[in-house]
Design a protein around this ligand. Structure first.
Ligand code: 5CA
Length: 438
C-alpha cells in the first residue's frame, strides 16, 4: 500500500479528550474515530489490527473444537424474560421497539439466544458436548464509557458457549477454553494472567478473568511471577484426555493470582517474596462455568442414556476483541508511538523513501514494495525525512525499511526494528529476508 494513497489520517497534536496512552495513540495513528460517546468507527489500519486479532482468536477457538456461528446483534426480549435477566439487567441494556411494538434489544451478551437455538434442536445426550462461538458486536450502555475502545458502549466480543452432559464434562470444556485463551494471548504478543474471579451466586471455583498488566488497568492484581514464565504454545496438552487437561489446569491454578476483589492476604504471604508481582491489569477475557442456570430457567433439556430428561451444563467464555487493541497498545508503546507485536501489526514494515525523485532510491523502494504490497506500507509522500520517521514510529510497524540516496547507490537498505531500535545495513534481498522471516 502506498501511503500517498492510503486513508491513514495521523494526528500530530495530542487529542485533549484522551486520558490514556492507548486512546491517544489510536486516535493519533489513525486507527479509530469516535462517532458518539463510547462508539467508534474503525479506519483501515485499525481494522487490520482488529482482523488480525480475530484471526488468531478464531484459530485457537477452532483448535479446541469450538465451532463458529454468527448470531444477530438485535435480539428479542422473549428469551431474556424466560431467563429472568430482562428486568435484572438494568439500564446497561439498550432496549428497542419495532413498528409492531415488539420488544427488542441490542445484545450485551448471548447466553439466552444460544440456549434457545440449542434447545430448539437438541434432543439427546448423544448430541453433547457442543462448543459454539461467535465474534460479534455487543452493546452495553455503560454509565461512563472511557479510555476509547477499552470501555466502549459498542464493542467487539468473542463469546463462546459450552453444552455438556455432566459436571465433569463441563469442567473439561472449561479447561480446554482456558488453554485456548492462554495460547491466544501469547500469540497476540501479550501476557494475560488468569486470575480467580467472583462466581457470584453460582459458587464453585470455576470463573477466571484474564488480565494484561498495565498501570492504567481498572483492577488491582496480585500474582506469582511463575505464571508469566510459561510457554503455553509449547505445552503438550491432549485436549481429548481429561487427565491431561486436569494436569494443565492444576499447573495454572497452583500459582497464586487474584484481582483486588478476590485477594487473600494469607495465601499471598505464602508466595516467595521474589516471585510476588503486584500492579494493575486490564481484563481482556472472562470465562465462567454456570451449570444449568439457563437450561433450567429456559426449559431446555435432552434425554439421557437412561431415557430420563436432564438439563445440559453450560459455560460461557468471552474475549474483548476490540478492547484488546487498546490493551495491547497499553502494554506495548513508548513516547514515540505504538510498538506492534508482529502478529497483530497492521503492516509488517514501512518503506521510508527519504528522497522521492532520486532514481536509485525510487527503484529500491519500488522493488521492496513489490515484494509484498499488502504487508508493506510504502511512504512515497513528498514529506521531509523527519516527518516520515515520526509517522512510522507513531504507527508502530515492527520494521522500517529506510532508503536514502547514499545507501541506494550501493544497493543498501537500512532496516530498523521498532521494538529494540536495532539497525542493520543490508542488501535488498537480505532486508526482505530479515523482515519476512520474523
Ligand atoms: N457472557 C460472558 C462471556 S461470553 C460475558 O459477557 N463476559 S464479560 O462481561 O466479562 O465480557 C467479556 C469480555 O468483553 C470482557 O472480559 C472484556 O474484555 C470485554 N468487555 C466487556 N465490557 C466491555 C466494554 N464496555 N468495552 C470493551 N470491552 C468490554
Amino acid at each position: 500500500m502506498r501511503l500517498s494513497r492510503a486513508f491513514l489520517p495521523t494526528l500530530k497534536e495530542v487529542p485533549a479528550e484522551a486520558q490514556i496512552a492507548s486512546h491517544r495513540l489510536m486516535l493519533r495513528a489513525g486507527l479509530i474515530r469516535q462517532t458518539s460517546a463510547g462508539i467508534y468507527a474503525w479506519l483501515p489500519a485499525g481494522l487490520r489490527v482488529l482482523r488480525n486479532i480475530e484471526r488468531i482468536v478464531r484459530e485457537e477457538q477452532n483448535a479446541v473444537g469450538a465451532q463458529e456461528v454468527l448470531m444477530p446483534t438485535i435480539q428479542s426480549a422473549e428469551p431474556w424474560r424466560q431467563s429472568g435477566r430482562y428486568d435484572a439487567y438494568g439500564p446497561e441494556m439498550l432496549r428497542l421497539r419495532d413498528r409492531q411494538d415488539r420488544e427488542l434489544l441490542y445484545g450485551p451478551t448471548n447466553e439466552e439466544v444460544i440456549t434457545d437455538i440449542f434447545g430448539q434442536s437438541a434432543k439427546s445426550y448423544r448430541e453433547l458436548p457442543q462448543m459454539l462461538y461467535q465474534i460479534q458486536w455487543k452493546f452495553r450502555d455503560e454509565l461512563r464509557p472511557r479510555f476509547g475502545v477499552m470501555r466502549g458502549r459498542e464493542f467487539l466480543m468473542k463469546d463462546a458457549y459450552s453444552f455438556d452432559a455432566t459436571y465433569e464434562a463441563a469442567v473439561a470444556s472449561y479447561r480446554r477454553m482456558m488453554l485456548a485463551y492462554l495460547r491466544t494471548f501469547q500469540r497476540l504478543g501479550v501476557r494475560a494472567v488468569p486470575m480467580v474471579a467472583d462466581t457470584g451466586p453460582i459458587g464453585g471455583n470455576l470463573s477466571h478473568e484474564f488480565l494484561i498488566l498495565a498501570p492504567t488497568g481498572e483492577s488491582g492484581v496480585f500474582y506469582d511471577a511463575a505464571l508469566e514464565e510459561q510457554d503455553w504454545l509449547a505445552q503438550d496438552v491432549n485436549i481429548e484426555d481429561d487427565r491431561s487437561l486436569e494436569t494443565f489446569f492444576n499447573q495454572v491454578t497452583q500459582s497464586y493470582a487474584a484481582t483486588d476483589e478476590m485477594h487473600d492476604a494469607q495465601a499471598w504471604e505464602k508466595v516467595p517474596e521474589a516471585q510476588r508481582r503486584e500492579g494493575r491489569g486490564i481484563e481482556v477475557g472472562h470465562i465462567f462455568y454456570f451449570g444449568t442456570k439457563y437450561t433450567e430457567s429456559m426449559g431446555v433439556s435432552v434425554t439421557g442414556a437412561d431415557g430420563a430428561p436432564f438439563h445440559p451444563q453450560m459455560g460461557s467464555y468471552g474475549i474483548g476483541v476490540s478492547r484488546l487493541v487498546g490493551a495491547i497498545i497499553e502494554a506495548s508503546h513508548d513516547d514515540a508511538g505504538v510498538i506492534w507485536p508482529d502478529s497483530v501489526a497492521p503492516f509488517r514494515a514501512a518503506i521510508l523513501n527519504l528522497k522521492p525523485g532520486d532514481a536509485d532510491t525510487d527503484t529500491i523502494c519500488e522493488q521492496l514494495h513489490a515484494a509484498d504490497p499488502e504487508a508493506f506500507l510504502y511512504d512515497d509522500r513528498s514529506e521531509r525525512a523527519g516527518v516520515k520517521f515520526n509517522d512510522a514510529d507513531l504507527m508502530g510497524h515492527p520494521w522500517q525499511l529506510i532508503v536514502g540516496p547514499r545507501g541506494a547507490k550501493e544497493g543498501k537498505v537500512e532496516v530498523k526494528r521498532r521494538a529494540t531500535n536495532e539497525r542493520f545495513e543490508l542488501s535488498v534481498a537480505e532486508a526482505l529476508a530479515k523482515v519476512q522471516a520474523a
